[in-house]
Design a protein around this ligand. Structure first.
Ligand code: KG4
Ligand code: ZN
Length: 344
């Protein structure tokens, strides 16, 4: 089965083609980051308008990449939620209309299930059951993935998501958007030990997270070290970035290892935009060795938003006989624990 995947939940237009036998055939992502950069975060109306502009030319490019036509498609999967309502509607509308015109099935899939399954696109994919650390701009969750579609949330952030914390703090420091990648770039040049940062909620039992205190702490540090009328010296910014990144990474590592222990599992998947963070990947890979566990993650471009993960997740569900009705219904809020189990 050859499936076109469409991702438009936030600020990336992602289009990909996945074949159930041959694997991923083509993948392109158009990032709107430059449009939202001045605002320090995604402006929903601008996001929807840009998806409208980009989506059809991008589908056309992806098909051209592998010399296929729309009539060579067997099904279309698109992100139904969670995400920005207007942005989701663009993908859902185009996917359903194209499927209707071609008389093929369309299926709306869960964005975070797409992230969770992205490592399946790599060689040596994880097998269920496993723990997933889902870390994106909107979510920080620990999920016990028992089977395809059977997900139990065992921990989550009580306030900001890890990616959101990176983005908001980057804005305070005058760095670009998306903040995680910028902070990680600056951190390479900084001294992670110059300033002290808390590791929130790590000294308490449980698997929940909280990042808003870290945000307040960093804001104060930036203010205290500001040069006259402006931001701190670039070297100080780099030191703050390094310390902050280490604090977020340590917090995620402590809770992930605890989740493996509590649930009695030995496989950990990290997924979502923050999973592309090199320090997080390195530290988790080393730390799991001590407890005889294995960590799995996708290449960085499959951690941040993309159409490949949506094409893959959709393809598996379509093969199991699922499809969406012609009346388009998006789900801007949609807990991953409410998904149907594939093959049940
Ligand atoms: O999964 P994603 O692309 O979009 C959402 O579903 O939210 O995640 C975006 C988030 C942003 O908050 C961004 O700052 C963060 O992922 N991010 C990173 C890195 N690259 C992107 N965070 C830390 N380190 C990175 N290298
Ligand atoms: Zn995402």
């Amino acid at each position: 089965m050859r499936v076109l995947g469409i991702e438009t939940s936030c600020d990336e237009t992602g289009i990909a083609l996945y074949d159930s036998k041959a694997g991923l055939l083509a993948n392109r992502v158009y990032s709107q980051a430059h449009i939202h950069s001045d605002f320090g975060g995604v402006v929903p109306e601008l996001a929807s308008r840009d998806h409208v502009n980009r989506i059809l030319p991008l589908i056309s490019l992806v098909l051209r990449d592998i010399s296929l036509k729309t009539t060579d498609l067997h099904a279309i999967s698109y992100t139904r939620g969670p995400g920005l309502a207007g942005a989701l509607m663009v993908g859902a509308g185009v996917a359903s209309s194209l499927a209707f015109a071609l008389n093929i099935p369309a299926l709306g899939v869960h964005h975070m299930e797409g992230h969770l399954l992205a490592p399946m696109l790599e060689e040596d994919p994880p097998k269920f059951p496993f723990i997933t650390l889902l870390v994106s701009g909107g979510h920080t969750q620990l999920v016990h993935a028992e089977a395809f579609g059977k997900y139990r949330i065992i921990g989550e952030s009580r306030d900001d998501a890890a990616g959101e914390a990176f983005d908001k703090i980057a804005q305070i420091m005058g760095l670009g958007y998306p903040g995680g990648a910028e902070i990680s770039r600056m951190a390479q040049f900084g001294d992670m030990n110059r300033f002290n940062f808390p590791r929130p909620m790590t000294d308490r039992p449980g698997l929940d997270f909280s990042f808003s205190g870290l945000k307040t702490h960093t804001k104060k540090l930036v203010l205290d070290n500001s040069q006259e009328g402006g931001l701190p010296h670039p070297n100080t910014i780099a030191d703050i970035c390094a310390g902050l990144q280490e604090a977020i990474v340590d917090t995620l590592v402590v809770k992930s290892l605890r989740a493996l222990r509590v649930e009695g599992l030995s496989k950990l998947v990290i997924a979502g935009g923050v999973a592309s963070n090199a320090r997080l990947r390195e530290k988790l890979s080393n730390m799991v060795l001590d407890i005889g566990a294995t960590v799995f993650y996708a290449r960085p471009e499959f951690c941040t938003d993309n159409g490949a993960m949506i094409a893959y997740a959709g393809c598996q569900r379509l093969l199991a006989g699922e499809s969406s009705s012609l009346s388009i219904s998006i789900k801007p809020r949609w807990p991953i624990s409410l998904l149907s189990v594939v093959g049940d």
